[in-house]
Design a protein around this ligand. Sequence first.
Ligand code: PLP
Length: 381
Amino acid sequence: MKYETKAIHSGLSDDHTIHGVNVPIHVSSTFIQKGLDEFGEYVYSRGSNPTRKNVETIVADLEGATYGFATATGMAAISLVFGLFKSGDKVLVNSNVYGGTYRYVSDILPTHGIEYEMVSDLNKLDLNTIDKDVKGIFVETPSNPLLDVTDLRRLAEFTKKNDILLIVDNTFLTSYFQKPLDLGVDIVVYSATKYYGGHSDLLAGLVVLNDDALNERLKFLHNTYGGVLNPFDSFLLARGIKTLPLRLEKHQENTEKLIEFIDKADIAEAIYYPGLKGNEGYEIQRNQATGSGAVFSIRLKKEYDIKKFINSLEIFALAVSLGGVESLLCHPATMTHESYPKELLDKLGIADNLIRFAIGIEDAQDLIDDLKQALDKAKGR
Ligand SMILES: Cc1ncc(COP(=O)(O)O)c(C=O)c1O
């Protein structure tokens, strides 16, 4: 079955009593067992719940993976996976990951005796110089907010030989555009709050993988930490996924049109988008993904007043997050990446004139016109 068909038809099959086309929202916290020595598949909803199981099955199927876990938020998925490490381990993380991930790594991991190191360009890192204590590499590609692309095949070849867990946050692309497990990655995490949900009306996270032993440990941690996705949001997430391929095509088509406008209008000192020819990650992106998604950043030229520009937009909303049907923009230095120390922001180039766009599925010309009128008001300061 092709991706578009799976997005609609994967999941648990009908229970042969009601014959609904959708799996219902099972709100039971507990499930009746037949007898002392006869436990059913579902016992207690923290461990497993049919509505959650449905969406976990769909997501694993879309990824071509064996196992999937749905968590309460993307951060719950990320912390679940970091729960695999123990005191004395070290993890490498690419810099300019989502601010919440940085907060987790820099604040929580050390309290568990786990060392971390932020690496500015994993593509340039001489892998043979990596410390023996390194037990995991966490990568966001494309990264947030500078859209750096990491060569996953190169990393996977190394981590497989050296018993290092390779974890990828694939939130910006989803399995529709990129399948990290096929490139040799061990575990994929998502903020499903973004494209999988798709309508800015839920919070959710996902973890997908193939390995049996890792799955057993994650199952234990999922149930023990308890940050599971509730039945209502599991239903909403499964509903959102049905239109994921359609939405992503439109998100990306709009993005390409907007970038073309921005490029031609010459309003940016730099455009960060791996789908744009000439961008550093362009070739790697083409080799490991089938698309570049709908998030990009620009450094607005200094002749435009950034405050006036943002405040004059009528369709674009100033808000963190991405992946919903509506177009958003944010100011990473003070919004998504406020947890980064000022020196790190400067070092990475997360400058005051950097704006991150998350393009929705509105009419592309309306979006361009909105940018035009806001630019006119912000010009000539
Ligand atoms: C790339 C990325 N990963 C993880 C997260 C965290 O997800 P959540 O907000 O669902 O906890 C986000 C949130 O913005 C994100 O952008």
